[in-house]
Write a protein that binds this ligand. Structure first.
Ligand SMILES: Nc1nc2c(c(=O)[nH]1)N[C@H]1C(S)=C(S)[C@@H](COP(=O)(O)O)O[C@H]1N2
Ligand SMILES: [Mo]
Length: 368
C-alpha cells in the first residue's frame, strides 16, 4: 500500500484532552472494552466473563480444531503444534492478575485520548496451559537470536501503520518471567474476546505483553520493531522523549465500594455502624504486597492482609471501619516488597500509562 492509498495517514487526529468531556471515539472504545465491576473485588478469582477487556482491533473468530501455532524464523528446529498437541503437554493452572497499562488514564490532566479507563482495567483469572520455555528450548533458537516475537491473528491500523497485534520478549525475559501458553481460563476454554483458542500470559507485566489469538512465535536476530512494541507502550514525558518501555505492573490497590450506589452517579450510601472495607492489592515484577493502608477523613491506618492466593495474584485486604454519619472520603494505598508506595496524585505520562495513584471512594453515611 502506498502512502497515497493509506486512508489513515494524516486523517486521524488524536489530541490531548484538558477537561472532563470525552470524545465520541473514546465513548466507542469504552463501549467495546469493558472493566471489572468493582463490587467483584470481593472475589479472589474474577468470575468468568467479568475480567476486563482490551482489544485493539476486531475479535478474530478462530477454529480451535484446526488452529496451529508455529515456531518460525531463527530456530534450529522450527515446528508447529495443534491445540490438541499443546493440551497434551504438562499442564499448569495458576491465578495471575492482569492489569491494562492504560488503567487510570482518565485520571490524568491533560489526558491522552484513548481508552478512558478509570480504575477497572484489572482482574485475576485462573489460567490453564503449559509453560512456554520448554517449547522454545525444543525449537532451539540459533546462536544469534536476541528476541522472540508473538503474533496474534487480529489485524488493523494504529498511527497509520497496518499490523497484526504482536509483541516480543528478549531471551533473558523469557528465562525470567515464567510465560504461560494458555488455552483455558477459570476451567473453561478461553472466551473469544480473551484470545481463544490460544494466548500467552506474562505474569507480573502489564496486559499488553499477554498476546491473544496467538498463531506464530518467531525467533529474531535483531530487536522486534512491531508497532505495539516500539510505537507505543513507552513511558514518555513529551513527544521528544524516546521513553522507557512499559513492562512490570506498578504497585496498586482498589477498594470494593461499600454500601449501595445511586444508579446514575455511583455515589454510595452506607448505614452508620461497623462496615468491613474490602479490597485487593497487587504489584508486578515478582514483588509482593507488604502493607495496605486505608485513609478515612485524613487518617491512615493499616489494613489486614490475607494470604496471597498465588505468587502472581493480587492479595485481599480488609479494614473494619466504625462508620459515623456524614460524608467521608475513603482511600487505600499499597506498599510492595521493594518499598514502592502508591502516589497520592497521578504521575504524568504522555499516553496515560501506569497511573497507580490511590483509589478514592466518597460515601455518605446515614445515621440510625
Ligand atoms: N492479539 C492481541 N493481544 C492483546 C491485545 C490485543 O488487542 N490483541 N490487547 C492487549 C492488552 S493492551 C491487554 S491489557 C490485554 C487484555 O487482556 P484481556 O482482554 O483478556 O483482559 O491483552 C493484550 N493482548
Ligand atoms: Mo492494555
Amino acid at each position: 500500500m502506498t502512502n497515497q492509498d493509506n486512508p489513515f495517514l494524516h486523517r486521524i487526529t488524536r489530541g490531548n484532552t484538558q477537561d472532563d468531556r470525552f470524545s465520541r471515539e473514546e465513548l466507542t472504545l469504552a463501549n467495546r472494552n469493558s472493566g471489572l465491576l468493582l463490587e467483584l473485588l470481593n472475589c479472589d478469582i474474577t468470575p468468568t466473563g467479568a475480567h476486563y477487556l482490551l482489544n485493539h482491533f476486531d475479535v478474530p473468530v478462530l477454529d480451535k480444531t484446526n488452529h496451529s501455532l508455529s515456531f518460525a524464523g531463527g530456530f534450529e528446529n522450527p515446528y508447529s503444534l495443534l491445540l490438541d498437541d499443546i493440551k497434551s503437554l504438562d499442564k499448569i493452572t495458576q491465578p495471575v492478575t492482569l492489569e491494562c497499562a492504560g488503567n487510570g488514564r482518565a485520571g490524568l490532566q491533560p489526558r491522552s485520548s484513548s481508552m478512558p479507563w478509570m480504575y477497572e482495567a484489572v482482574g485475576t483469572y485462573e489460567w490453564t496451559g503449559t509453560l512456554l520455555k520448554p517449547l522454545i528450548e525444543k525449537a532451539a533458537p540459533k546462536n544469534n537470536v536476541v528476541e522472540i516475537s508473538f503474533s496474534g491473528a487480529d489485524k488493523g491500523f494504529d498511527a497509520a501503520i497496518e499490523h497484526n497485534y504482536a509483541r516480543s520478549l528478549t531471551l533473558e525475559q523469557l528465562e525470567e518471567l515464567g510465560v504461560m501458553l494458555v488455552y483455558e481460563m477459570n476451567g473453561q476454554d478461553l472466551l473469544p474476546q480473551h484470545g481463544a483458542p490460544l494466548r500467552i500470559v506474562v505474569p507480573g507485566w502489564y496486559g499488553m505483553a499477554s498476546v491473544k489469538w496467538l498463531f506464530k512465535i518467531e525467533a529474531l536476530t535483531s530487536a522486534f520493531e512491531g508497532f505495539q512494541q516500539v510505537g507505543t507502550y513507552h513511558f514518555k514525558s513529551d513527544d521528544e522523549d524516546n521513553g522507557q518501555p512499559v513492562q512490570d505492573i506498578r504497585v496498586k490497590s482498589l477498594m470494593m465500594p461499600p454500601g449501595v450506589p445511586d444508579w446514575y452517579s455511583r455515589k454510595r450510601l452506607v448505614d452508620e455502624g461497623p462496615v468491613s472495607l474490602i479490597g485487593r492489592a497487587w504489584s508486578g515484577g515478582g514483588r509482593v504486597i507488604k502493607k495496605v493502608e486505608v485513609e478515612i477523613d485524613g487518617v491512615w491506618q493499616q489494613a489486614k492482609l490475607s494470604k496471597q492466593i498465588g505468587p502472581f495474584a493480587w492479595v485481599k485486604w480488609q479494614f473494619e471501619w466504625m462508620a459515623t454519619s456524614g460524608e467521608h472520603c475513603l482511600r487505600c494505598r499499597a506498599t510492595d516488597s521493594e518499598g514502592h508506595v502508591q502516589p497520592l496524585s497521578p504521575s504524568w505520562d504522555l499516553s496515560g500509562f501506569g497511573n497507580n495513584m490511590v483509589h478514592e471512594v466518597t460515601v455518605e453515611v446515614r445515621g440510625k
